[in-house]
Design a protein around this ligand. Structure first.
Ligand code: ZN
Length: 348
């Protein structure tokens, strides 16, 4: 059914407005689901003064702009991120309409983009891609086998297989989380070979961000690892003095741990027990770290022990990959076939 330009613009505007409304709902999902709070019962209120918000205070995008990013009642600053998420959702829905028109692809886009935006927000806040987000993408992928048979099922499965192997390696080497793997496995089912365009875009921009972040965090990471080194030295000397639990002469072990919102967590199950004489006082080390590095938000550390000395401590801040993968998936979903076609043309 051909539609004229006026109708086309009209629908694009509707898609934008609809997206902005969905976006303001996604803000609530990002904020509340990780805390297991209800996303519907509690009315919206200002975080600062607690004033109930009227409908005109919650008008997506525009309320924030007209109020110049402040609460109408107490003038407290409101983070621009709510407005940014609304704007991103609005633009994404608008682009989806312009690309696919009124179609099943558009309906898929609406669900896919909502999930990608939510998982990006939660990954940024909590360094975790929720399981249900990856599952939703996978369900879209599995249903797409029947809804969009022009991408054959074996292409989807082959892509998923390759992506799982590839990401499995990246997870083992470090830097990628299991959540990234689950997300990309689900995306492979949805995208077929286009998932490789998503991978390329995601890893390319993720790597640039990672390099910049590494430079920026270098000094800080060194400070934290020195601090951990100091604390572990004291603890380990105690272990040796009291003859409780230490690595036997000539052997090595690594204590692996992470910090999450100021809470250090040591993964004791990784200890190679046969090289330890006796049991180390686990609680004492956990306590010492907890009491002294509680202002660090997210990172991972490794403590290398050889015989009676702490050889070195490595600490690195964690980085999020979810948002980059999400951008890659969205781009591949929208224009992946053009990217693949362009890439293939390089070889003809
Ligand atoms: Zn207020």
């Amino acid at each position: 059914m051909p539609i004229n330009l006026t109708m086309h613009i009209f629908y694009a505007v509707i898609a934008f407005i609809f997206g902005s409304v969905i976006g303001s709902f996604l803000n609530v999902v990002i904020l509340r689901t990780p805390l297991k709070q209800s996303i519907i019962t509690e009315p919206s209120h200002c975080f600062s003064c607690g004033h109930r918000l009227a409908w005109y205070d919650m008008f997506p995008i525009f309320s924030w702009i007209f109020l110049r990013g402040r609460c109408r009642y107490c003038k407290a600053k409101i983070s621009p991120r709510y407005m940014i998420i609304e704007a991103i959702t609005a633009v994404a829905y608008c682009l989806a309409y312009l690309r696919f028109g009124l179609s099943l692809e558009l309906a898929y886009s609406a669900v896919l983009f909502a999930v990608l935006i939510v998982l990006s927000g939660i990954d940024i806040d909590h360094f975790e891609i929720p399981y249900w987000c990856s599952i939703t993408v996978a369900v879209l992928g599995i249903s797409a086998i029947f809804v969009f048979p022009e991408t054959p099922w074996h292409e989807r499965l082959i892509s998923a297989g390759i992506v799982i192997v590839l990401f499995g390696i990246l997870v083992l080497v470090g830097g990628m989380g299991g959540g990234d793997l689950q997300l990309m496995a689900g995306a492979s089912l949805l995208l077929g070979y286009k998932v490789f365009a998503a991978l390329f875009i995601g890893i390319f921009f993720g790597a640039i961000y990672g390099a910049v972040k590494k430079l920026r965090d270098k000094k800080h990471e060194k400070e934290i690892s020195e601090k951990i080194h100091e604390l572990v030295n004291i603890w380990y000397k105690n272990q040796l003095d009291q003859n409780v639990g230490f690595v036997t002469e000539g052997h090595e072990d690594i204590i692996v741990g992470s910090i999450s919102d100021g809470n250090p967590d040591i993964e004791w199950e990784f200890l190679e027990e046969k090289v330890w004489k006796g049991l180390p006082d686990k609680a004492a080390l956990s306590r010492s770290l907890r009491d002294n590095i509680s202002d660090e938000r997210e990172g991972g550390f490794r403590i290398y022990i050889r015989g009676d000395e702490i050889k070195k401590v490595k600490y690195s801040r964690r980085m999020v990959f979810g948002p980059f993968l999400a951008v890659g998936i969205a781009a591949a979903w929208l224009v992946g076939i053009f990217i693949i076609a362009w890439y293939m043309s390089l070889f003809h």
